[in-house]
Design a protein around this ligand. Structure first.
Ligand code: ISL
Length: 632
């Protein structure tokens, strides 16, 4: 890349750097400003030093940021060139949260036999690949994202025989299965951690981030955990600290330890040897930490909400470790990989997923899940114009060597549809319109269980309704440390709790939505009486049947996976209009992003209507109307 960036560098020079680009883009977006501002000569020519003086906000020592930038010397390849075809660019993925999907034995917890019993439903929907949230042995402090034994199945979910049966049943139906790979941390009950903690001479000490105790006075650095409080546990008996970015029982692994990496690679190969088709990699961008684990910048910590993040969200050896995993474990099995990467922007993503880079196949970015200035725990109305801008930006700039993951929901977020339309007035049409956008944009669609029936947020009543460690810790922090009233704290927690996504899947209108014959580990409200797979299967106008038609259409036409996209009137707010063009085939998609009736923009009378979320498009566009046509 050449020249190193210093405090003398100009803003436009920083913006030209992939990491600089993504950081500036993030800051500008959060201030509701456009990147074009950097093209303004006065702004673009401003030196970093001047800028930090001007905003009169003590940026503190931004040396760590410059180091972060200067560690990345590569630039993304140009996005031109032919798009390479791949099965995963054409596939429909479906995420299963096993604990809440289907219970086969009445203990109130979903399990592997439950999943097997529902495979035909998924096949009929048109799903090609299942992604299972973790099913490994775990004490469940974070519902399986705290793994105690990578080689065992969680007892609640069944046995390894059940797993083998699941895998073979999936393959029998011509589908694929990918597993969750949680290798940034293990449970504190993992035998490596236990040995490391109890024997300071054990080789496992170096598998984690241990630091001397000083009698427990001050943690080794100021980093905060994503689940509230300091990122360090103090172990009194051993007089030692250990790092955990997530819960107190999720201990971060030390990826600079070669022996630890070897063990992880062996484990990955063991699963691939069984025949699974790949992995979704949990917070994989956090694995490499800056040497010495230096303190986090206070200002960045305040802005982002978590202190220390600049020291690990794009660590110095991240590329090296990803390449090692790919070469040593994935490639020999042609395994597929999608990385969960909070905080990674588009240019950095190109360096992590470009098909020339030999790192990952795809990544999940979360930048579209909240509109600028909001976070997950804010109670607000999501403006779909932001989603449109985000998709246009990726479609126009991600290039042909990267492929986008298209999703609205997962197990870590309240329902997207409820952010847009909190009282559910337009629930069905909106669910269908979002589906149209997801399945006709360029990228690979990922459904989360329940998307296909239009699942919405729950009406939780009390803190006892929740189970998630993040929500419970936050509630405690808000009421005890920040002295918020219980009502206010509950409002905040309910707005963002991950438990909206974790209540039982709704299969039929019987008690507990047919999820269990027992008492479910977490309860939803009585929404299952109307929104459930069985009832929706029988209703031709249901969200579920709409999804089936839409998925079938996407599979018939390669244009949706590979076609070029031509946006129409892209600066007109409230509309999302585009053509998808591929080898002479052309499709037109029109969406009204608002709950208002709007005059139609493009004359579509000459086109052939393929799918609509209203009976028949009229002269005006109805609230959240979405149509797919063939023609031009
Ligand atoms: O919920 C968040 C923190 O406030 C998200 O940032 C989330 O934790 C982040 O996306 C990482 O998620 C993944 O790793 C976590 C686990 O709790 C999540 O369920 C998982 O998806 C730790 O393993």
């Amino acid at each position: 890349m050449g020249q190193l960036l210093t405090s003398e560098s100009k803003l436009k020079e920083v913006y030209a750097h992939p990491v600089g680009h993504d950081i500036i883009h993030r800051v500008l977006t959060s201030l509701k400003l456009k990147d074009a501002l950097v093209n303004n000569p006065i702004v673009g020519n401003m030196r970093l030093q001047t800028l930090s003086g001007l905003i009169k906000k003590n940026l503190g020592d931004y040396g760590s940021l410059l180091t972060l930038l200067n560690t990345e010397q590569d630039i993304p390849a140009s996005g031109n060139g032919r798009i390479q075809e791949a099965w995963w660019k054409e596939a429909v993925f479906y995420q299963i949260y096993p604990r809440s999907f289907m219970d086969s034995d009445g203990d109130g917890i979903g399990d592997l036999q439950g999943i097997i019993s529902r495979l035909d439903d998924l096949k009929e929907l048109g799903v090609d690949v299942l992604w299972l949230s973790p099913v490994y042995d775990s004490p469940n402090d974070d519902n399986g994202y705290d793994i105690r034994d990578y080689y065992q199945i969680m007892r609640d979910f069944g046995t390894m025989d059940d797993f083998d049966q699941l895998l073979s049943e999936v393959h029998k139906r011509g589908m694929r299965l990918i597993m969750d790979l949680v290798i940034n941390h293990t449970s504190d009950e993992h035998k490596w951690f236990q040995e490391a903690l109890h024997d300071s001479d054990s080789k496992y000490r170096n598998y984690y981030h241990f630091r001397p105790g000083n009698g427990g006075k001050t943690p080794p650095n100021n980093w905060t955990s994503f689940f509230s409080g300091s990122a360090w546990n103090y172990y009194k008996e051993q007089d030692v600290w250990a790092l955990h970015l997530f819960s107190k029982k999720q201990m971060d692994l030390n990826w600079d330890c070669k022996e630890m990496r070897e063990e992880i690679l062996t484990m990955i190969r063991w699963w691939l040897e069984k025949g699974i088709d790949g992995f979704r990699m949990d917070v994989i961008n956090y694995i490499s930490k800056v040497e010495g684990l230096p303190d986090g910048n206070e200002t960045i910590g305040e802005l982002i909400g978590y202190r220390g993040i600049e020291n690990y969200f794009y660590g110095p050896r991240l590329h090296e470790y990803l390449r090692e995993i790919r070469k040593e474990a994935f490639d020999p099995y042609q395994a597929y990989s999608v990385g969960e990467m909070p905080g990674i922007g588009m240019e950095m993503s190109k360096l992590l997923t470009g098909d020339d880079r030999k790192e990952l196949d795809m990544m999940f970015s979360f930048d579209h899940l909240e509109t600028p200035g909001h976070n997950r725990f804010d109670d607000y109305r999501y403006d779909l114009n932001f989603l449109k801008e985000y998709l246009i930006d990726y479609t126009e700039h991600y290039g042909n060597h990267c492929h986008m993951a298209l999703f609205y929901n997962n197990h870590d977020n309240p329902k997207f549809i409820s952010k847009v339309d909190p009282d559910g007035t337009y629930r069905d049409v909106l669910a269908k319109m979002l589906a149209v956008i997801q399945f006709t944009s360029r990228g690979t669609p990922y459904l989360f269980q329940g998307d296909e029936i239009g699942a919405a947020n729950q009406h939780f009543q009390s803190i006892d309704d929740l189970r998630d460690v993040e929500s419970l810790n936050l509630y405690q922090q808000l009421t005890e440390e920040r002295k918020m009233t219980k009502e206010k704290a509950l409002e905040t927690v309910f707005a963002g709790t991950r438990d909206h996504a974790r209540t039982p899947m709704q299969w039929n209108p019987t008690e507990n939505g047919g999820f269990t014959t027992g008492s479910p580990w977490i309860s939803g409200d009585r929404d299952y009486l109307v929104y459930n797979v069985e009832s929706e299967s029988e209703d031709p106008d249901s969200v579920l049947n709409f999804y089936k038609r839409l998925i079938a259409l996407r599979k018939e036409e390669k244009a949706f996976a590979y076609g070029e996209t031509e946006f129409v009137k892209k600066h007109v707010k409230g509309f999302f209009l585009y053509y998808r063009i591929y080898h002479g085939d052309c499709f037109f998609i029109e969406c009204n992003l608002t709950p208002k009736i709007k005059e139609r923009f493009v004359d579509t009378k000459k086109y052939e209507l393929l799918l609509s979320n209203y009976e028949k498009p009229g002269n005006d566009m109805m609230p959240y109307e979405a149509n797919i046509y063939r023609g031009r």
